[in-house]
Design a protein. Structure first.
Length: 483
């Protein structure tokens, strides 16, 4: 049986609805990664340079808190889609919220614009991220043979947006200023909304309504709960209890409590069989390894950006490369290397490393990417050549490809039948948990202690790799599907 959405194919043999969704995701990633590429320097550069003049250590902590909030909001977005709006409307309204966030960053002055803008972008990006992919899956509900191809094209749009955003916004920031760059993100999101609005009629009817809408009583309970949470946050901000420097550690603790609760619920549930319970236990070291990886990875938007701004020779034939291009180069490498690694795994076949072993390789590679900075650390402040930076970036991107594409697959493989969605939510929480922790770690970076910091981060990744490698035989025995 073939759905009406797989008929009348025109986009690489796919429904035009895939264009609608891919465009939305492309522009959302354009605006998100473009902002990430310049956000740190906007925070710590002086007011005369167009920045906010926030201390660098505080800025690094804020960056981690913001990144973790985005992944936390994917859970909120999924809840709204399931219980209130449906996926189709969640994508649209979330896109509007993202656009308003970038407008706030572009036109509102000082810290007020920053707080409003980042809050709106974090909430909106979570909604787009959680629901857009779900609609892609719904397009191929009765056409499983084309689903993998559709998601490959969808993921390509993600990477194109991730490459173009930092490139264009980084150049605009350098030539015209931060607020023009943020304005470009708003324009990009507006273009995504226009394309999405014109193509909404092509999307499945099943995605237009919440599959499990709230009852009248639940609406009252959740509305009251939301008001209480907002009031508590406002009180903490008004009294100075919740400050920028405390936000990262607070999110880290909150996420840790949520994750612990998730694992306890699954391990004690009567709906989980004995074998499934063993698989949940196996997922714990996988979760921790993933969190360590993302704590190191988030430095590509934090300390690595600061280093690229301050200590890398970015001159090319008399022209200085924009700071935001660090993340564009990373996305470009990911696009090129993803195909190479896919071909490598296919060629190796049964001889390729297990999924858990690929996690080990990823941790070792990302640890090595920190060591690549060692010759340029210390008191001599020798500038890092651009070639050396590209080598570091190559190793870093190889690490990402060894872990990121298989994390969700592992979560689904090890999930109990009654908790498939929750296990996937836990995987996303590993990103939120790791990024929050990475923000806390990044806040301790300083040029005076940079040798200790870089080597410490490398040791952190290597130690996690060794511990996971020691657990691989046990994982292979208890959960062969993870190998």
């Amino acid at each position: 049986m073939t759905s009406k959405h797989s008929q009348q194919r025109s986009f690489f043999g796919h429904s035009r609805a895939l264009i609608t969704l891919s465009s939305m995701e492309l522009w959302e990633r354009f605006s998100f990664y473009g902002t990430q590429g310049i956000l740190l320097i906007y925070l710590y550069r002086s007011i005369t340079e167009g920045g906010l003049g926030i201390p660098q250590s505080t800025a690094l902590g804020l960056l981690g808190a913001y990144g973790s909030a985005v992944y936390l909001s994917t859970i909120l977005g999924a809840w709204f889609a399931d219980r209130v709006l449906g996926n189709e409307r969640t994508v649209f309204y979330s896109g509007v919220i993202v656009m308003l966030g970038h407008i706030s960053l572009a036109v509102l002055p000082s810290v007020a614009g920053l707080a409003a803008g980042l809050t709106l972008v974090a909430v909106g990006s979570g909604g787009v991220k959680s629901s857009c992919g779900a609609i892609v899956g719904a397009l191929y509900k009765h056409d499983h043979g084309r689903r993998d191809s559709a998601f490959s094209l969808f993921y390509l749009a993600v990477n194109v947006g991730g490459m173009a955003g930092p490139a264009i916004m980084g150049l605009l920031q350098q030539q015209a200023g931060f607020h023009y760059a943020f304005g470009a993100a708003a324009v990009g999101m507006a273009l995504g909304l226009i394309v999405y609005s014109r193509g909404r009629k092509r999307l499945p009817d099943s995605e237009r309504h919440a599959p499990s809408p709230l009852s009248s009583r639940e609406k009252r309970v959740f509305s009251l709960s939301a008001i209480v949470v907002i009031a508590v946050i406002a009180l903490l901000l008004a009294t100075g209890t919740l400050t920028a420097s405390r936000l990262g550690p607070l999110l880290f603790v909150v996420i840790a409590i949520v994750v612990l609760a998730y694992f306890v619920v699954m391990l004690t549930s009567k709906k989980v069989s004995t074998d499934e319970r063993k698989h949940v236990v196996v997922f714990i070291p996988i979760f921790l390894a993933s969190a360590v990886f993302w704590a190191l990875y988030v430095q590509s938007f934090g300390v690595f950006i600061a280093f690229f701004d301050q200590r890398v020779d970015r001159a090319l034939f008399g022209w200085e490369m924009p700071v935001g291009w660090y993340n564009s180069m990373e996305s470009l490498m990911a696009i090129v290397l993803a195909g190479s690694f896919a071909a490598l795994w296919a060629r190796l076949g049964d001889r390729q490393p297990s999924s858990a072993a690929k996690f080990v390789i990823a941790l070792l590679l990302i640890a090595a990417s920190f060591i690549a900075y060692y010759p340029y650390l210390g008191q001599n402040h020798q500038q890092m050549p651009l070639v050396a930076q590209l080598i570091q970036l190559f190793v870093f991107t190889c690490a990402e490809i060894c872990l990121a594409p298989i994390g969700m697959s592992l979560a689904i493989k090890l999930a109990p039948e009654a908790f498939k969605s929750q296990m996937l939510a836990i995987f996303y929480l590993s990103l939120a948990f790791g990024i929050a922790g990475g923000g806390v770690l990044g806040s301790h970076y300083s040029e005076q202690q940079e040798v200790v910091w870089f080597l410490g981060m490398a040791a952190f990744g290597a130690l996690a790799a060794i511990l996971l490698w020691c657990a691989v035989p046990w994982i292979r025995r208890v959960a062969p599907q993870a190998c």
